[in-house]
Design a binder for this molecule. Structure first.
Ligand SMILES: [Zn+2]
Length: 260
């Protein structure tokens, strides 16, 4: 099979192909990438749509939840009248309509200890858009063990965070548990069902996760600049504040520690 983009791809991706530093080889890397998105909610929706639009070639989205009217202020893959439908396959159908030239798989189930190992093994980048501490812990452990990239995102109220962990690929890199050492700490991250959330905030964080994933797909090339490996991006919509801080590796981390 030829590695050249056909005319339809050249037209579809024309505006990103002419960006400085991007070329057909870069687009091929994006097309050949394999991504697992955990969570088809407020973060998963913009993440899925922008990456489908950008041509990320093989996307699996997993979520065991059904659509409720209270989701519609932020979960932009869904429409009025979708209540009761499964989130993952409804979101996947919308993304597939946007870009029929890529492969999108939906799993209408929760990620768990049983299905996670094979799903994580067959993808290269895992996006945690789950909003669930136990799922984050599972994704982190398996990404570390299997040498996969974990792109984490979280949002509540008018705030959000993003970070990328490559501890399974680089012994000096931290994992998610280096940042939040135990499940008690991660469960202290507020959930939007308890604290409220504005859809524009999940839009900003989910879209920034999409950009970060494109940067990870293109490595070692860096046409889109600095990525968030071993860094935490913090965003606060109340004062338009955004900053990036470095995450240190915890040498005694229960997941990725290598001893003192
Ligand atoms: Zn760690």
């Amino acid at each position: 099979m030829s590695d050249d983009l056909d005319d339809a791809d050249l037209n579809r991706y024309a505006r990103q192909l002419i960006l400085k530093g991007m070329d057909e080889a870069g687009q091929q890397k994006i097309l050949k990438s394999k991504l697992l998105i955990v969570g088809a909610g407020g973060l998963g929706a913009p993440l899925l749509l922008y990456l489908a639009a950008a041509g990320l070639g093989d996307i699996t989205i997993i979520d065991g939840d059904q659509i409720e009217p209270s989701n519609l202020n932020r979960q932009i893959c869904f429409s009025d009248g979708d209540s009761g439908k499964p989130k993952a396959s409804t979101a996947a159908a919308m993304a597939q309509k946007l870009n029929p030239r890529i492969s999108i798989n939906a799993i209408d189930a929760w990620l768990n200890e049983k299905n996670a190992p094979s799903l994580i093994k067959k993808n290269t980048i895992i996006a945690d858009a789950s909003d669930r501490p136990e799922m984050r812990d599972l994704i982190n452990r398996l990404c570390h063990k299997n040498g996969k990239v974990m792109v984490f995102g979280g949002a509540s109220r008018l705030e959000g965070q993003i970070a990328t962990f490559r501890s399974g690929l680089d012994a000096d890199a931290p994992c998610f548990a280096c940042l939040f050492p135990d499940l008690t700490a991660t469960s202290q991250l507020p959930r939007c069902s308890e604290t409220g959330i504005l859809g524009a905030i999940t839009g900003i964080i989910g879209t920034a996760m999409a950009l970060e994933i494109l940067k990870q797909c293109l490595l070692p090339a860096t046409p889109f600049g600095e990525n968030l490996t071993s860094k935490l991006l913090l965003y606060d919509g109340t004062d338009n504040f955004m900053r990036v801080i470095r995450i240190n590796k915890n040498r005694t981390c229960a997941v990725c520690g290598i001893g003192i």
